[in-house]
Design a protein around this ligand. Structure first.
Ligand code: GLU
Length: 319
């Protein structure tokens, strides 16, 4: 039987919350049910948002929840060579080109052009050479130049194992996207694709806020001759009562805060289990969750976090 492998890939920004925990729990349960190996990969390249103590804390939180893994933790920041080599390979085929446009310049240039999604501004192609232009590895600057990947026109389609058939047009929404920043580090898209490939990850479970990143990562796979890309399960998010993605504005829903005031992790798992279609909430251990969870029963809509949920978590603490 082929061995499959997945990863838990927290960004240690100090703000891991109930929504992240729910995704990790689902990921862990699918791994246990299907005998996938689990790699813990700390995605710590996101510059100023990453602090040393939040890296420690992210691992501590996963341990507190009693999630487990077979390999790692690995740290993206510990070795940039694989990403540098990937960028050099892309440059050698002309798949990428240098671009140091600032966000303000892109905004100004695209004022009359169609806009990208919520987070991404569509890049209007200011620095794109008319034809793919190979650049030799020795001559490229990886320390002070940003690089963008040429995106082909047209729709990209893929079958998500949970969310179903997807059709997204990268060219229309984000355009040629950044794979390397002028600060000398790979973008999230490049780092994830390179790591999933070199760590042998063929099963990816993550929040559906990353659905629109998938075709970008698949394109990087193809451009680096790394196919096949993993199979993906994009699962719904947790939102506040106002319908917005769970964040600070909904009160302190950080796992670290619940841990700090002495909430029992089994209550957190119990709440998440109810949100995953496992029946009425009751304190529960990860192993129990993995036995009762069924992906077919996972609600298709986003979950809403109510103040009463917070109160239930806090019920047995002094706070
Ligand atoms: N580190 C990313 C996050 O925490 C997840 C990346 C991924 O699953 O591809 O949002």
């Amino acid at each position: 039987m082929p061995i499959h492998r997945t990863r838990l890939a927290p960004s240690p920004t100090g703000a891991l919350h109930l929504g992240n925990a729910r995704t990790f729990l689902i990921n862990g349960a699918l791994a246990r049910q299907n005998d996938w190996q689990v790699v813990l990969r700390i995605e710590d390249l996101d510059g100023p948002r990453i602090k040393a103590e939040s890296v420690e804390q992210s691992i501590e939180l996963l341990e507190w929840l009693r999630l487990d893994w077979d390999y790692g933790p690995t740290f993206q920041s510990s070795d940039l060579v694989p990403y540098r080599e990937a960028l050099q390979q892309l440059a050698a085929t002309g798949a990428v080109y240098p671009c140091n446009c600032t966000r303000r310049e892109i905004e100004a240039a695209s004022r009359s052009a169609p806009h990208g999604d919520e987070h991404d501004l569509r890049y209007p192609g200011t620095c794109r050479p008319a034809e793919p232009t190979p650049i030799a590895a020795e001559t490229i600057d990886l320390d002070a130049t940003g690089w963008r990947l040429r995106v082909p026109e047209g729709e990209a389609t893929f079958d998500d194992q949970f969310a179903g058939k997807q059709a997204l047009n990268i060219d229309q929404t984000v355009g040629d996207f950044q794979v390397w920043t002028k600060g000398g580090i790979p973008s999230y898209q490049l780092a994830v694709a390179v790591d999933d490939a070199r760590q042998g990850i063929d099963r990816v479970v993550r929040g559906n806020d990353l659905l629109n990143s998938t075709p970008r990562q698949q394109l990087i796979y193809r451009s680096l001759d790394l196919s096949p890309a993993p199979a993906y399960w994009h699962v719904p998010l947790v939102r506040g009562e106002d319908g917005r993605r769970l964040a600070k504005r909904h009160g302190d829903t950080r796992l670290a805060s619940y841990m700090a005031v002495g909430v029992d992790a089994s209550r957190v798992i119990g709440l998440l289990a109810e949100w995953c279609g496992c029946g009425e909430r009751r304190p529960m251990l990860v192993a129990e969750f993995a036995e009762s969870f069924q992906i077919e029963s996972l609600p298709r809509e986003d979950v809403v976090f109510h103040h009463a949920d917070h109160q239930w978590l806090m019920a047995k603490t002094q706070a």
